[in-house]
Design a protein around this ligand. Structure first.
Ligand SMILES: *[C@@H]1O[C@H](CO)[C@@H](O)[C@H](O)[C@H]1NC(C)=O
Ligand SMILES: *[C@@H]1O[C@H](CO)[C@@H](O)[C@H](O)[C@H]1NC(C)=O
Ligand SMILES: *[C@@H]1O[C@H](CO)[C@@H](O)[C@H](O)[C@H]1NC(C)=O
Ligand SMILES: *[C@@H]1O[C@H](CO)[C@@H](O)[C@H](O)[C@H]1NC(C)=O
Ligand SMILES: *[C@@H]1O[C@H](CO)[C@@H](O)[C@H](O)[C@H]1NC(C)=O
Ligand SMILES: *[C@@H]1O[C@H](CO)[C@@H](O)[C@H](O)[C@H]1NC(C)=O
Ligand SMILES: *[C@@H]1O[C@H](CO)[C@@H](O)[C@H](O)[C@H]1NC(C)=O
Length: 839
């Protein structure tokens, strides 16, 4: 089970030698989501689903307040302000029975594939939408009148515009009436970037070199570089995809293993193709390698882009999953500046050497105007008014040099995030003006198993504000669309469409909670944490930068009630205390001084609370639990623990024999019992640890602790009970069903007293869940089993720290290993420096 890790690490070791230095280690690049919100705790989410499946194609028209949805066999128009208000309109668009039968006869799956999956849906002109569907492997397209919302009587052939296969990577855009699509369109055809619905339809070149090698397309984006261009440049369409690395030498890999790499390619909008050479083909196609973190083991999943007014400020965010034999999940998120992409396209070209069958850097003469560039003022001045005027030398060069030598590196040279145990499937980004006057990029990242991570970009790293389980059933988040107008995020997936608020500030119940969240959408107004967009922003408190400044310190204890706990000497007792924030450290004070996390034999600070084992009367005292985060301490629970040396008189009278046996106290038995308790605890702990350490799926961390009742019950285990459990003969106790094995003291009982549990004759009481030492649990143990609403928390200002606190919780062995390996790169320079960068 754990073998996969070893293989991943081997794989990483191999790739680490390739020399992509990263300044920070994998541990530093990882981030723990601060809050975990499970499906049952979710509120404010609206859900739409009709009788179809696969709600994957979303088109938001914010000004019109409509969200169009392409699904399997249907197109919907939803009210963007409330997708669930029942006012939706629908077009049935199923594949005909003949086509379905035909599809079935081709050996396709009649449960998932032989349907009309609507995969393209965009605005065509002021009156019409344009939609394409796979139509049971016979793609069709249609112009849909947006107002009447009905299918036309005539359809268009879709095989040049839409893939046959519903699961094939596909991306498409309508730009100035032209339809730009990229996919593998037919059964045996090669992948292609095409332009249709245009007087000059274009394709990519296939000979003598394939411009695209088994490409799986992920995204495409229009960047309007003609706007305010000083050189009269053209608009460009950027394509993001994975493909087989033709330039790869295989010395490093098995021959069987095909190295696939991420690419960015682009074409110019005004490209008209060549006149004789490259006729009806792009003359402006160029592609470059896109690098994020671990070359050859990263698979591009999603790309989104953003600009702040001008195209020159465009940034691309890309999510990769790091794959190694699919045994362990990890993801990386990188940001790319458009200037870096342009730098690669303006750099040297690669050339294929027929003799050596290798790609290498081309250092020969480059014809003019620069091959692959758009028509600019300077080429116009030379008489090249369009791509049709370009000289043959340029077009011949373009034909043979589609690949650039330079790679596109992420901004800052490293990822924003490397997240283990998570496979991001989709990204969306929003830019938010915070109260400090700065703009922050907020990333919404959907996972392969139905969760949503919301993160804010802070300099060169990500702070994950929360992880939210938006689907109960495991399913990938397929599409994410942000609406600033509706303050909503639309999520498309197999089972339906969700409308999730961009911010759920009400989740934060106090000023410090609001500040610590570092959510740029939220601020504290003195009474509540609220969305900054609603109402006046004066007097609001927010601290996205450091996450701990601005709240006035309130008194320490506040209204939190003390809970009394009374146990017998030798019992174990768990004082529950859940940390709402996964980034908080539990701090326990006993009679005012801190209980050390380690080194104390009988006091163990765990995730769920403090466990006192084999109590002595000296353990009595006042216990207070705090959550400490970014230098702020929050009081979460307070207990007054009393350890009785023996059963109180009242109890003694009701159960004489027990008291007698306790009082007569065979010390040997007590010691043996103590040892047994420890052995049993160790065994339980060991088992749990073994289980946890082999858990690779993220879901594992949510099943660690059983969800418990809202008011936790205290369990104490009597030492004498285990003696019985082991079947040790013990005179008169044997036949007594009232033998006190388990005592349950209700959490809210004003004054708890010990009373023999007559109604619980079972011999073996379940021991309290052992807290897992954080250093052994890969950080999993630091996540709460279930988060609870907690009211009346009060805070006290401990210290202000300028430096962000390193998360003390996330000492994952995976990331440690990873960083060790990455460190080793430096010492691996002797290994033959590989291809790629040197090709
Ligand atoms: C959409 O919902 C909003 C608010 O729920 C409502 O005011 C509006 O009339 C609805 N639009 C349509 C077209 O139903
Ligand atoms: C799919 O095909 C199988 C046999 O090929 C058939 O038994 C089944 O009923 C079909 N299912 C549907 C939904 O048509
Ligand atoms: C939009 O496109 C459709 C389909 O091609 C066409 O019938 C319609 O006239 C166009 N509308 C306008 C306003 O151009
Ligand atoms: C459509 O949804 C079904 C059911 O969840 C899933 O099995 C299938 O893979 C989906 N198909 C596509 C093309 O997303
Ligand atoms: C390019 O356009 C200019 C002005 O529009 C024209 O004078 C010139 O002849 C054109 N050149 C070619 C090669 O068509
Ligand atoms: C804590 O204080 C109480 C009385 O205030 C005392 O009885 C107890 O022994 C103290 N506990 C410890 C561990 O110091
Ligand atoms: C706990 O016990 C003390 C006395 O030991 C008492 O004053 C206090 O009210 C009790 N607290 C609760 C919540 O019952």
């Amino acid at each position: 089970m754990c073998g996969g890790t070893v293989r991943l690490l081997t794989a990483l070791l191999v790739t680490a030698a390739m020399g992509y230095p990263s300044r920070r280690s994998a541990t530093d690049l990882d981030a723990t989501p601060r809050m975990t919100v499970t499906f049952d705790e979710l509120s404010g989410v609206r859900r739409f689903s009709g009788h179809s499946l696969n709600y994957t194609t979303l088109l938001l028209e914010d000004e019109r307040g409509v969200l169009y949805v392409g699904a399997r066999g249907a197109v919907f128009a939803l009210n963007a302000s409330n997708v669930a208000d029942g006012s939706h309109r629908m077009i049935h668009w199923e594949a005909s029975p003949e086509k379905q039968l035909d599809c079935l006869q081709k050996g396709k799956n009649n449960k998932t594939e032989c349907f009309n999956h609507v995969r393209f849906l965009q605005r065509l002109n002021t009156t019409h939408l344009y939609a394409c569907g796979t139509y049971a492997f016979h793609p069709l397209c249609a112009s849909i009148d947006a107002d009447r919302f009905t299918l036309p009587s005539r359809f268009e052939e879709g095989k040049e515009k839409c893939p046959y296969d519903p699961s094939r990577g596909y991306t498409g855009l309508i730009v100035d009436g032209g339809l730009y699509t990229a996919t593998r369109y037919e059964f045996r055809s090669l992948p292609d970037i095409r332009r249709n619905l245009h007087q000059r339809p274009l394709k990519t070149e296939e000979s003598p070199l394939h411009w695209l090698n088994d490409a799986e397309f992920v995204a495409s984006m229009l960047v309007q570089e003609s706007k305010d261009s000083l050189v009269g440049d053209d608009d460009k369409i950027y394509y993001f995809f994975m493909e087989r690395a033709g330039e790869e030498t295989t010395s490093f890999f098995d021959k069987s293993q095909v190295a696939r790499v991420a690419r960015v390619a682009r074409v110019c909008k005004s490209d008209l193709g060549g006149k004789k050479i490259l006729q009806r083909k792009w003359t402006s196609f160029m592609k470059a390698r896109l690098v994020c973190y671990i070359p050859y083991y990263e698979v591009l999943r999603s790309v989104c882009s953003l600009d702040s007014g001008g195209w020159a400020s465009t940034v691309f965010y890309a999510a990769f999953t790091l794959s190694a034999q699919r045994t362990m999940e990890a993801s990386a998120v990188c940001r790319y500046d458009i200037s870096e992409v342009q730098r690669a396209f303006e750099g040297p070209y690669m050339e294929y050497q027929d003799s050596s069958r290798k790609w290498s850097r081309y250092d020969g003469a480059v014809p003019e105007p620069r091959p692959g560039s758009c028509i600019t003022d300077s080429s116009r001045r030379k008489g090249y008014n369009s791509s049709q005027d370009l000289p043959n030398s340029v077009l011949d060069f373009v034909k043979l040099h589609p690949l650039m030598f330079e790679e596109v590196q992420p901004a800052g040279g490293e990822p924003l995030l490397v997240k283990r145990s998570v496979a991001y499937s989709r990204l969306a980004v929003d830019r938010v003006q915070a109260l400090d006057g700065r703009s922050y990029d907020v990333l919404f990242m959907g996972t392969g198993d139905g969760w949503l991570h919301k993160a804010v970009v802070l300099g060169s790293s990500l702070h994950i504000i929360e992880e939210v389980q938006v689907f109960r059933d495991l399913q990938p988040v397929e599409t994410l669309v942000v609406s600033r107008r509706q303050r909503s995020l639309y999520v498309g997936a197999a089972s339906g469409v969700l409308q999730v608020p961009l911010a759920s500030c009400a989740r934060y119940s106090s000023c410090y909670d609001c500040i610590l969240a570092r959510d740029p959408y939220c601020a504290w107004d003195g009474w509540a944490c609220r969305d900054t967009a609603s109402g006046d922003s004066t007097g609001l408190v927010q601290d996205v930068q450091s996450g701990n400044v601005g709240c006035r310190s309130s008194s320490g204890r506040g209204s939190l009630p003390w809970k009394n706990r009374t146990v017998l000497r030798g019992d174990d007792v768990l004082l529950p205390c859940d940390q709402r924030s996964n980034l908080a450290r539990a701090v326990w004070l006993l009679n005012g001084s801190e209980v050390p996390g380690t080194g104390q034999e009988r006091l163990r600070v765990g995730v769920d609370g403090l466990l006192v084992t084999n109590t002595l009367p000296g353990h009595s005292g006042e216990y207070r639990c705090y959550g400490e985060e970014r230098g702020l301490r929050t009081l979460l629970a307070a207990y007054s623990l009393t350890v009785l040396p023996q059963l109180p008189r009242a109890a003694t009278t009701t159960s004489g024999p027990i008291a007698a046996s306790q009082a007569s106290g065979d010390t040997k038995v007590v010691y043996v019992s103590a040892i047994v308790v420890l052995v049993v605890l160790c065994a339980v702990l060991g088992t749990v640890l073994l289980y946890v350490s082999c858990l690779e799926k993220r879901r594992g961390k949510y099943v660690l602790g059983e969800p418990r009742a809202v008011s936790p019950e205290l369990q104490t285990v009597s030492a004498s009970c285990l003696r019985k459990a082991r079947g040790e003969e013990d005179e008169e106790d044997e036949e007594d069903p009232a033998y006190p094995c388990l005592r349950i003291i209700p959490g809210e009982a004003p004054t708890a007293t010990v009373s023999p549990a007559k109604e619980l004759p079972e011999a073996v009481p379940p021991p309290p869940p052992p807290p897992l030492p954080t250093e052994l649990t890969n950080g999993v143990g630091s996540l709460p089993s279930v988060l609870r609403k907690m009211n009346g928390n009060s805070y006290m200002l401990l210290q202000q720290q300028d430096e962000p606190l390193a998360s003390p919780l996330y000492s994952a062995s995976f990331t440690e290993e990873l960083s060790k390996i990455l460190e080793k790169r430096k010492h691996m320079q002797l290994v033959e420096k590989l291809d790629e960068s040197s090709v």
